[in-house]
Ligand binder design. Structure first.
Ligand SMILES: Nc1ncnc2c1ncn2[C@@H]1O[C@H](COP(=O)(O)OP(=O)(O)OP(=O)(O)O)[C@@H](O)[C@H]1O
Ligand SMILES: O=P(O)(O)OC[C@H]1O[C@](O)(CO)[C@@H](O)[C@@H]1O
Ligand SMILES: [Mg+2]
Length: 321
């Protein structure tokens, strides 16, 4: 079927660079002669028919902005086949022939299921978690990492001044990439991630060793969902006799001006998505490997590929501490 109109939406947690990706989809689409429309608030807005026409100026002045100007949402009902079928009807009613989905692993699952139902989709990896198969990095990861590093550097200043310990929780859901990269960039004493079993006794002992070796502070980076960082701080304080503070970086990591790297990545991926559709491809998901854009069958990718744990990053964080 010849495509005339392309839809684009952002779904799941927002990530810095999503706007740059939308802009690239819109401008490349228009340049290639397509109409482009934006779906507000992810799959929820799709179900509600919350859809707007986009032109070149609709995406002016958003390249440098965090968040997503289309809005995003978590819409669990999209897991229900009849709800997805209703969404396909909405797209047909609006004359949308193909959909570009910018989001994380959950949003990819939604796009995969739409593809299995015969609806043409392209997935772009937009998440700070970096937990998507088939890409070395995701749109927003670099910015979130910079934000986390900036925050941990500040904690280091105050910890070192007071001779304190900091326990810092970073995001990542079930993926330790953000925690491991932040740990390397900040030279922290320990990093706890879901992919690698750890026990408190060993961690506490490592911290004690560092202090005994003359360190004026210690920082532990903990990926979320690993432990209660406040409880960990009390236990460490009781054990070491050093004041210990817990900090949860939280949603600070999701917002903010996208880094140059994220803007470039998002622009490349957004343009590529439309070029693939133009070549007659659909049911694809886009990634970047060794600097080059790649694309996979979205069904095969989600069924057979897994985001790889980067054990060398984990080992490096510990080797350099
Ligand atoms: N198994 C699934 N089947 C169909 N749709 C899904 C599925 N999982 C998630 N989705 C849809 O994608 C939306 C976003 O998923 P999720 O909340 O997991 O975020 P994400 O896209 O992984 O992004 P992030 O993890 O960065 O927040 C869900 O609210 C739902 O609408
Ligand atoms: O914004 P919410 O719905 O609280 O979700 C938080 C989750 O979203 C993310 O920020 C992105 O997936 C995760 O790192 C985190 O676990
Ligand atoms: Mg996710």
């Amino acid at each position: 079927m010849a495509i005339k109109k392309i839809g684009v939406l952002t779904s799941g947690g927002d990530s810095p660079g999503m706007n740059a990706a939308i802009r690239a989809v819109v401008r490349t689409g228009l340049d290639l002669g397509y109409q482009v429309c934006g779906v507000r608030d992810g799959y929820l807005g799709l179900h509600e028919g919350n859809i707007i026409e986009l032109n070149r100026t609709s995406v002016s002045d958003i390249l440098n902005r965090g968040g997503t100007f289309l809005g995003t949402a978590r819409f669990p009902a999209f897991k229900i086949e009849s709800v997805r079928a209703e969404c396909i009807e909405v797209m047909k009613d609006h004359g949308i022939d193909a959909l570009v989905v910018i989001g994380g692993d959950g949003s990819y699952m939604g796009a995969k299921l739409l593809s299995e139902m015969g609806y043409p989709c392209i997935g772009l990896p937009g998440t700070i978690d970096n937990d998507i198969a088939g890409t070395y990095t995701t749109i927003g990861f670099d910015t979130a990492l910079d934000t986390a590093v900036n925050c941990i550097d500040r904690l280091r200043d105050t910890c070192s001044s007071h001779k304190r310990i900091a326990v810092v929780e970073v995001m990542g859901r079930h993926c330790g990439d953000l925690a491991m990269s932040a740990a390397i960039a900040c030279g922290v004493e320990a990093v706890l991630v879901p992919e690698k079993p750890w026990d408190k006794e060993t961690v506490y002992h490592q911290i004690e060793e560092g202090i005994a070796g003359g360190k004026r502070h210690a920082i532990i980076v903990v990926c979320e969902n690993q432990t209660d960082v406040h409880q960990m701080a009390s236990e460490l304080e009781a054990r070491t006799g050093l004041e210990t503070r817990a900090t949860v970086l939280g949603h600070i990591q999701r917002g903010g001006t996208p880094s140059a790297a994220d803007r470039v990545l998002a622009s490349r991926m957004g343009a590529y998505a439309v070029q693939l559709l133009h070549q007659g491809q659909s049911g694809r998901c886009i990634g970047i490997m060794r600097g080059a854009l790649v694309h996979y069958d979205i069904i095969e990718c989600l069924n057979t590929m897994k985001h790889q744990f980067r054990s060398e990053m984990y080992d490096l964080a510990y080797a350099l501490r």
